[in-house]
Design a protein around this ligand. Structure first.
Ligand SMILES: *[C@@H]1O[C@H](CO)[C@@H](O)[C@H](O)[C@H]1NC(C)=O
Ligand SMILES: *[C@@H]1O[C@H](CO)[C@@H](O)[C@H](O)[C@H]1NC(C)=O
Ligand SMILES: *[C@@H]1O[C@H](CO)[C@@H](O)[C@H](O)[C@H]1NC(C)=O
Ligand SMILES: *[C@@H]1O[C@H](CO)[C@@H](O)[C@H](O)[C@H]1NC(C)=O
Ligand SMILES: *[C@@H]1O[C@H](CO)[C@@H](O)[C@H](O)[C@H]1NC(C)=O
Ligand SMILES: *[C@@H]1O[C@H](CO)[C@@H](O)[C@H](O)[C@H]1NC(C)=O
Ligand SMILES: *[C@@H]1O[C@H](CO)[C@@H](O)[C@H](O)[C@H]1NC(C)=O
Ligand SMILES: *[C@@H]1O[C@H](CO)[C@@H](O)[C@H](O)[C@H]1NC(C)=O
Ligand SMILES: *[C@@H]1O[C@H](CO)[C@@H](O)[C@H](O)[C@H]1NC(C)=O
Ligand SMILES: *[C@@H]1O[C@H](CO)[C@@H](O)[C@H](O)[C@H]1NC(C)=O
Ligand SMILES: *[C@@H]1O[C@H](CO)[C@@H](O)[C@H](O)[C@H]1NC(C)=O
Ligand SMILES: *[C@@H]1O[C@H](CO)[C@@H](O)[C@H](O)[C@H]1NC(C)=O
Length: 723
């Protein structure tokens, strides 16, 4: 029998209009089946309902229910179910070796798929490798060739423990879910694209949000030299970055920074630590740093009543707290933001932060038992919206950077993500790489991890080696953010110049790759297709990519294989996608065939395995000054690196020019002509916003040619390609 997945690959090669029309039918046994006219391609084998989530059963014609189903586009079917029971769901059945992806950012068992996972659609809490890696979406993709999205903020659970089966149940007497089929010859990308069109797409971040961002978990500790408060401590970081010429675009104050018990609830900066917050933030902005602060939907009581915070007092007076959730516990309860007055009060007071120049929030918690679990998704969605609105009202869209650890899919329109509290060791790094890939699969495209890990119990935790490997990973992450301070600052003992040098190399590389990264951030914003891509998004027909948990495509033109174990060794698999060969990006000699595996050993911490496919186009350069005030008469510069190959004669890149440009996407189109005596690379380009350089790599080195302002065409001749 021909496998279902195989059939999908065939049909996916054809434009949708040429494909057989999909049909959706309800069988006598109450299964919903999608067929392409010949084969059943989706088997929604049961529709579930029950009084409890533990007692659901398949509905049949005797169950009281209301079921409607139809295709709302050629490749998306919508199913609406209402019953008289409180819990409703669905089961999908596939071949036993099928894999399921999505739902959670957290990589259970260090895997990018959900093999043997059963969990609720909520924050995962403390776990191996990363605590609180909590982005989530009621959406899965299967290697059987389709996706399923349930449009809800209700609590639910997903169960993948039975091989060849996916099941979900929501605490709701009505649900709406969508079966999403591939639409283009990039089947999985097109499923994600259609899913985000139904759910939400990421807001476009500002360049400053991509980092490098340097922050401390507690700027009120670990003073050096003449530093005597948090404000001076941040200044000390700013100065060291300047003198070391390490690029940065932002910084943030995690708590504590305010007054009140737990430093939160009076919407202020502690004057002992920040004598002049407005003046200080203004200065930081002038040095090229955007400033963010920590916030959470949470309040703490004080045993001394007269020291209670505004947020605590107002919530007690008005009955805004969730009852019996940590009322006096170590972290305090959350406000019920479904109460309009609570929401309004909180929002009005948050406005203080943008009023003194703060350009974004690090949004913590919401999944720590401060409210009933079954409202986590609804409450976090409200809080993220509120936080977004206070910023957007002051600065306008895309002019600030908010990032949360607990977010449900619809909130990706109002917040970006960091992956929670990762462990400062290789396990934490490996899990962070897998969580980055998973974050992409649920379309939280703008993502970063605490470089070096979050919990740092001892001296030299992370070790120099762990930290350096993680810095390389962050260089090739959408966001480079690095926690220093509290006795873990690279330029202070016990670290030394080795760590400072790797930090400088990687932070400056990330800054240099900004033109590339921001272009893919814009693609994520427009289409939902993430920047960190599971290998199968780019190589859907290569089934050896399905279980690779520690490699990814970074955009379309980088293949990244971070070192996630001690000793600098690993094997790299080169996927069979739209390239036959890969080139070592840094060394520019070593070439690998697609479909092969390469073993790396003893790679020093000053290097990292990164490859480019045939025909790669990499825009890089210095398009955002940030803190680089050491550069006199700074002007933007842009270089388009090109790696032509005969086997891939035409490649395009959608370059993001900038918010303020007349057209914000410019196309670069590279064509290779294979002549009798030489090869000619032709580059056609739209206006790139600055005068740029094309840097064309070939066997004997590279050639440069100027790309003038405005649209144009250039040609470069050479004898042999690198591939
Ligand atoms: C039912 O809900 C409880 C509480 O939310 C949860 O712990 C459990 O995993 C759920 N069970 C199933 C089968 O979904
Ligand atoms: C529906 O109810 C009828 C009458 O009780 C019964 O004969 C039949 O088997 C039931 N059908 C299903 C599918 O349970
Ligand atoms: C699946 O998970 C359960 C519970 O965590 C575990 O007991 C079982 O061994 C796992 N099965 C497989 C096949 O991994
Ligand atoms: C801001 O910078 C100016 C000039 O360096 C300095 O005099 C002033 O003290 C700074 N203000 C704050 C609040 O840091
Ligand atoms: C601060 O709040 C926590 C609970 O959030 C409580 O345990 C602690 O006693 C409080 N501190 C004071 C000084 O009241
Ligand atoms: C409670 O706090 C107030 C205001 O800070 C202070 O004046 C008072 O001494 C405190 N009371 C006790 C018992 O510590
Ligand atoms: C909170 O209420 C107490 C009285 O219970 C009062 O003494 C205190 O000043 C209030 N806190 C603020 C910040 O207003
Ligand atoms: C389902 O939601 C209701 C509120 O609508 C809540 O009372 C109940 O505890 C929830 N059940 C589960 C298992 O989460
Ligand atoms: C994760 O949580 C556990 C249990 O509370 C704790 O011991 C550990 O330090 C935490 N790790 C991180 C990285 O926060
Ligand atoms: C930095 O410290 C590491 C140990 O953590 C050591 O291996 C290395 O040699 C030191 N480098 C310098 C330049 O001191
Ligand atoms: C990949 O496909 C080949 C050919 O269909 C098959 O033999 C192999 O078992 C598959 N491997 C995986 C990991 O699915
Ligand atoms: C090709 O190689 C020949 C011989 O080395 C050399 O003379 C010629 O300049 C090269 N052509 C190009 C376009 O680089």
């Amino acid at each position: 029998m021909v496998s279902i997945r195989h059939l999908w690959s065939l049909s996916a090669l054809l434009p949708a209009s040429l494909c057989a029309k999909y049909e959706l039918t309800l069988t006598k046994s109450y299964a919903l089946q999608v067929s392409d006219g010949t084969n059943v391609v989706v088997d929604n084998s049961a529709i579930l309902s029950g009084r409890q989530n533990s007692t659901v059963s398949a509905i049949n014609r005797n169950t009281s229910h209301d079921l409607a189903f139809s295709f709302i586009s050629p490749t998306v079917a919508k199913i609406t179910l209402k019953t008289s029971d409180s819990f409703n769901g669905a089961r999908f059945t596939t071949a036993p070796n099928t894999l399921f992806y999505g739902v959670w950012e957290y990589p259970f068992n260090d895997r990018i798929d959900n093999k043997n996972v059963s969990y609720e659609l909520k924050g995962v809490g403390n776990n191996v490798g990363v605590n609180w890696s909590n982005a989530r979406a009621p959406f899965f993709i299967t290697s059987a060739g389709y996706g399923v999205y349930t449009d809800t903020l209700k609590m639910g659970s997903y169960d993948f423990t039975t091989p060849g089966q996916a099941q979900f149940i929501f605490n709701s007497s009505s649900i709406v879910y969508y079966i999403i089929l591939p639409k283009t010859d990039s089947p999985y990308k097109s499923i994600i694209e259609q899913y985000t069109a139904l759910s939400a797409r990421s807001e476009m971040p500002p360049i400053s949000g991509l980092g490098p961002t340097f922050w401390s978990d507690d700027f009120t500790l670990d003073f050096h030299g003449s530093v005597s408060n948090a404000q001076d401590n941040i200044q000390d970081v700013v100065d060291h970055l300047y003198y070391n010429q390490i690029r940065a675009t932002s910084t943030f104050a995690d708590r504590p920074y305010g007054t009140g018990n737990r430093s939160w609830g009076n919407f202020d900066f502690d004057p002992k630590q920040y004598p002049d917050p407005g003046g200080f933030i203004k200065n930081l902005t002038a040095y090229g740093f955007d400033v963010q602060v920590w916030i959470a939907n949470r309040a703490s009581a004080n045993t001394n009543l007269s020291q209670n915070t505004m947020l605590w007092n107002a919530s007690i007076e008005n009955g805004w707290f969730f009852d019996n959730y940590n009322p006096l516990g170590a972290l305090g309860p959350a406000l019920n933001l479904s109460i309009p007055t609570a929401y309004k009060y909180f929002k009005e007071h948050l406005n203080y932060f943008p009023s003194v120049g703060v350009k974004g929030y690090k949004i913590d918690r919401g999944e720590e038992g401060e409210m009933p679990d079954y409202v986590q998704n609804e409450q976090m969605t409200l809080f993220l919206q509120m936080a977004h609105d206070t910023m957007v009202e002051k600065w306008g869209p895309s002019k600030f950077y908010n990032f949360a650890r607990s977010a449900v899919d619809r909130s990706r329109a109002v917040t970006h993500i960091w992956n929670g509290d990762s462990y400062a060791d290789f396990t934490g790094l490996a899990y962070s790489v897998a969580s980055g890939i998973r974050s992409g699969l649920i379309s939280f495209g703008i993502w970063g991890s605490d470089t070096g890990g979050y919990a740092r119990p001892g001296a030299l935790t992370p070790t120099e080696e762990v930290w350096a490997r993680w810095m390389w990973f962050s260089a090739f992450s959408p966001v480079y953010e690095l926690m220093l301070g509290t006795n873990h600052t690279p330029w202070y003992p016990p670290y030394n110049q080795t760590t400072v040098e790797v930090m400088k190399t990687t932070a400056n590389l990330h800054a240099e790759l900004t033109p590339y990264i921001i272009s893919y951030a814009h693609q994520a914003h427009r289409t939902g297709i993430p920047i960190i891509r599971a290998l199968f998004l780019e190589a859907p027909d290569d089934n050896r990519t399905w279980a690779v948990n520690d490699q990814y495509f970074f955009g379309e033109h980088f293949l990244v294989a971070p070192i996630v174990t001690s000793g600098g060794s690993r094997s790299v698999y080169f996927p069979h996608g739209n390239t036959n060969k890969y080139l070592n990006y840094f060394q520019k000699k070593e070439v690998h065939d697609a479909g092969t595996t390469h073993n790396i050993s003893n790679l020093p911490i000053t290097a990292s395995p990164v490859y480019v496919p045939q025909g790669a186009i990499i825009p890089r350069g210095d398009i955002y000054q940030g803190n680089a005030k050491w550069i006199k008469d700074w002007r933007p510069s842009l270089t388009i690196e090109i790696f032509p190959s005969v086997e891939r004669g035409e490649v395009r890149f959608q370059y993001f020019v900038g918010e303020n440009a007349r057209r914000n996407v410019s196309e670069l189109k590279m064509t290779l002509y294979n002549g009798l005596f030489a090869k000619t690379m032709r580059l056609e380009y739209d206006d790139l916003g600055v005068e740029a350089t094309a840097l064309v790599w070939h066997k004997d080195g590279s050639k440069e040619v100027t790309l003038n302002r405005g649209a144009g065409i250039v040609e470069v001749e050479f004898n042999e390609t690198l591939f």
